[in-house]
Design a protein. Structure first.
Length: 178
């Protein structure tokens, strides 16, 4: 089974998540191609699709949203999973859970209008001070947020194993000696 893992990344964190998902799928016996969404023409040749994007201003990056809109009928014809990489884990602990839930609801709602994913993974990424304008970094710290790498690789790998389980259990079983 051939799986496409498409990603839209602003600073590389989402690429790393896509590559980790591909490694897990490969360990589980699936073939996966990891490609930037900006380089994808279509979905021909893929049995399943995993698409992910960095989150900026509570939304997927424009090229990722445009791809989903442009290919929504092709996506509807195959199993699809979506993942989003944001900064909720960098927020102060008292607001982290509510921000994560709000972000998940907003993203999943916007994406479900276009495609019916089998799942949506919301992961924290990397927040580096040098990736933001100076004033944003000051505001970030004033609000009690932190910079750093907040990717939970165990969570990401478990999510990818769930995809593998779904795809492998859907495969037709061949009988012995056939």
């Amino acid at each position: 089974m051939q799986v496409l893992i498409g990603h839209a990344s602003a600073h590389g964190s989402t690429v790393d998540v896509a590559q980790r998902i591909a490694r897990v799928l490969a360990q589980e016996g699936l073939e996966a191609d990891v490609l930037p969404i900006s380089q994808l023409g279509g979905l021909e040749g893929y049995d399943a699709v995993v698409l992910g994007s960095a989150i900026h201003q509570q939304a997927w990056l424009p090229e990722a949203m445009a791809f989903v809109q442009r290919h929504r009928y092709e996506l509807a014809a195959r199993p699809v999973w979506l993942f989003s990489v944001g900064m909720s884990a960098s927020l102060p602990r008292p607001v982290r859970a509510s921000a994560r839930k709000a972000q998940d609801r907003r993203l999943a709602g916007a994406l479900r209008d276009l495609v019916r994913p089998r799942g949506h993974g919301l992961f924290s990424g990397v927040a580096r001070e040098e990736d933001f304008p100076r004033w944003t970094g000051v505001l970030f710290r004033m609000l009690g947020a932190r910079f750093g790498d907040f990717r939970d690789w165990d969570q990401i790998e478990d999510w990818a194993r769930g995809i593998s389980h779904d795809l492998c259990s859907a495969r037709p079983q061949t009988s012995a000696g056939a």
